[in-house]
Design a binder for this molecule. Structure first.
Ligand code: GTP
Length: 352
């Protein structure tokens, strides 16, 4: 029998050693360590003589941030809440460094009057694993931050790719894409679509007289006036080229578009644009060409822009600061009707 016990003890020691486990036993009732976790203490840099023999003394080696969790894990197991006692924690080495260990244990006398007299378990070093977990967590945090940065960069790039950098309006590429979609909607749902091409009059003279910066200010001022007309989520306001803008007005017939264009023309004509920092400001006017698309016209968005452009040229030819309309329904018949306020002579001309 004694031989068997010795053999079993040897076998157990071999298994524990091979698995890197350190056996311990605590008497929770007396608070005494009844089998010391020698290997663990040696790993922590203590000598065998320095190994403490009170459970509270061992708790004194625990990291303050882990202690409550460990106590709770023991209490839960003693109370029968958990089938095993498990905990991961840091112990202070003799040199003062924190080393990660794990405990796995069980009350062996649960059915006795004083359960907790024999809490037996093993301790094993998990420092490398924890360090790797920390490294992975650190890398994950970095990746998350980098992803966030990439998303922000992508959003900024998308904005740059879609918008004009001077005015912030949609750029020509965005206009052509969105405009083509609006044309498809017109065909499919029989919605009337109007479009204006807005061009600053005699803009070169502003550049020549006051410099390009002043020209840029004028472009921005007119861009703002165009954007102010925009029905949010409906209209498209774009910078088409240098001093030329396009406004797409879905669900808008020719007469309504002419009214919008005329209001914009008047609003711009009332503007004063500051051309230097000395307080000098100049007036500005625009010529506007309007074209309207109806279902069945078969026109592409580009063709619609060209029509509005032709009306714009007419406005320029007749003296500028004017609104002209190309009636798409009737093709390119060169007939001019005065549509709005014929008394003024310049505005609201219908060009077919
Ligand atoms: N400041 C500035 N000027 C620009 C920009 N893009 C184009 N231009 C200038 O705009 C001027 C356009 O001149 P024109 O096409 O002759 O037109 P205009 O002087 O407005 O004459 P009309 O259109 O006939 O009334 C050119 O001198 C371009 O160099 C820009 O982004 N900023």
């Amino acid at each position: 029998m004694g031989d068997d016990a010795d053999l079993n003890k040897e076998r157990l020691e071999l298994v524990l050693e091979a698995a890197g486990l350190d056996l311990w036993e605590n008497d929770l009732v007396s608070g005494q360590v009844t089998h010391k976790a020698t290997k663990t203490f040696l790993e922590l840099g203590f000598t065998e003589d320095e190994i403490v023999s009170g459970v509270q003394d061992i708790f004194g080696l625990f990291h303050p941030g882990d202690l409550d969790m460990v106590r709770q894990a023991v209490a839960d197991h003693v109370a029968g809440v958990t089938a095993q006692y498990r905990a991961e924690f840091r112990l202070r080495s003799k040199a003062g460094e924190w080393v990660w260990f794990a405990n796995y244990g069980r009350i062996m006398d649960r059915s006795s009057d004083t359960p907790g007299k024999r809490l037996i378990g093993v301790t094993f070093n998990i420092h490398d694993r924890k360090q790797k977990e920390d490294e992975i967590a650190h890398i994950n945090r970095q990746l998350t931050e980098q992803n966030k940065l990439l998303q922000e960069l992508n959003a900024a790039l998308e904005l740059l790719a879609a918008n004009d950098s001077l005015t912030g309006l949609a750029n020509r590429r965005t206009l052509m894409e969105m405009g083509a979609n609006e044309c498809k909607r017109t065909e499919r749902f029989d919605h009337t679509l109007s479009l204006m091409v807005v061009d600053i009059d005699l803009f070169k003279a502003v550049n020549d007289a006051w410099g390009h910066l002043a020209g840029d200010r004028m472009i921005c001022a007119v861009a703002q006036a165009c954007a102010a007309r925009k029905r949010s989520g409906v209209d498209i306001v774009a910078r088409f080229g240098g001093e030329e803008f396009v406004i797409v007005l879905p669900e808008t017939d020719g007469v309504s578009a002419l009214r919008v264009a005329e209001a914009l023309r008047q609003e711009v004509a009332a503007l004063r644009v500051s051309v230097n920092d000395e307080g000098v400001s100049v007036s500005v006017t625009v010529s506007i060409g309007v074209a309207t698309l109806h279902k069945g016209s078969g026109l592409s968005f580009e063709e619609l822009v060209n029509r509005a452009d032709k009306a714009l040229y007419r406005a320029k030819e007749t003296g500028r600061n004017a609104v002209y309309c190309a009636d798409v329904q009737h093709g390119c018949v060169p007939v001019v009707h005065m549509l709005i306020d014929p008394g003024e002579g310049r505005n609201g001309a219908l060009l077919t």
